[in-house]
Write a protein that binds this ligand. Structure first.
Ligand code: SAM
Length: 199
C-alpha cells in the first residue's frame, strides 16, 4: 500500500496512461451488470464514455444521465439510446443535489486528476442520502496523479488530467472528501466500493 503519498501535495508516482474509447464500446457484460446493480435511484454516469452502463441502467428502469467531456463519446452513447450530455462534471449540471447515485465506472475516480476534489464535487451533485459507486485499481496501485491520453475513433487524441486510486487507499481518499466506504466488492477482478456521507 502506498498510503504515505499526500493526496493534496504535488503529483504522486508518475502516471501517464493511454485510454482507448474502443475498449468500452461493447455492451454491458456480466461484471458491468454487477457494478450497475450497486446503483440506486436516479443515477449520473460520470464520464460515461460510449454509454454502455448508461444504456444498461436505462434498460433496468433507472432515470439515468451520462455526461462526458468528449463529444465523440456523447454521440456514441446517444446512438445506443442513452440520454447523454456533453458536459464536464465540474460544470453546472441538471439535478444538482438530487442524484441518488454517481457512478464512476472503469477508473473514473481519476477524472480531473484529483480524486478528493472529484468526490467533493459529487457530494454537491448528490442528494444527502446519495452514494458514489466507484471502480478502483487493484490493491497496491497506490494513489497516482498525472495525465491520460484518451484515444477516440478517427485518430482523435485528447490529453486529460487523470489519477489512479488503489482499492486499499479508498478509505483515506473517501475520508478526505467527507465520505465513508459502506461496502466493497470484487466483480471478476474489478475492485469496487460504495461511498456514502460519513456519519
Ligand atoms: C475510462 S473512460 C469511460 C468509461 C466508461 N465509464 C465505461 O465504463 O464504459 C473515461 C471517460 O471520462 C471522460 N472524462 C474525462 N474527464 C471528464 C470530465 N472532467 N467530465 C466528464 N467526463 C470526463 C472521458 O472523456 C472518457 O470518456
Amino acid at each position: 500500500m502506498s498510503g504515505a503519498q499526500p493526496l493534496d501535495g504535488p503529483l504522486g508516482r508518475s502516471l501517464d496512461t493511454v485510454l482507448s474509447i474502443a475498449t468500452w464500446a461493447h455492451p454491458a457484460d456480466e461484471h458491468d451488470r454487477q457494478l450497475a446493480a450497486l446503483c440506486v435511484g436516479p443515477t449520473l454516469d460520470v464520464g460515461c464514455g460510449p454509454g454502455r452502463l448508461t444504456a444498461h441502467l436505462a434498460d433496468r428502469g433507472h432515470v439515468v444521465l451520462g455526461i462526458d467531456v468528449a463529444p465523440e463519446c456523447v454521440g456514441q452513447a446517444r446512438e445506443r439510446g442513452a440520454a447523454a450530455l456533453h458536459r464536464d462534471v465540474f460544470d453546472r449540471l441538471p439535478g444538482e443535489g438530487r442524484w441518488r447515485t454517481a457512478l464512476l465506472a472503469d477508473g473514473n475516480v481519476g477524472i480531473g486528476g484529483d480524486p478528493v476534489a472529484l468526490l467533493h464535487r459529487l457530494r454537491e451533485l448528490l442528494d444527502p442520502r446519495g452514494r458514489v459507486v466507484v471502480e478502483l485499481a487493484p490493491p497496491g496501485a497506490g494513489v497516482r496523479r498525472g495525465w491520460a491520453t484518451l484515444r477516440y475513433g478517427g485518430g482523435v487524441v485528447r490529453p486529460l488530467r487523470w489519477a489512479v486510486v488503489g482499492a486499499d487507499d479508498v478509505d483515506r481518499v473517501a475520508d478526505e472528501a467527507g465520505l465513508a466506504v459502506t461496502s466493497r466488492h470484487v466483480f471478476g477482478g474489478r475492485w469496487c466500493a460504495v461511498l456514502e456521507e460519513a456519519a
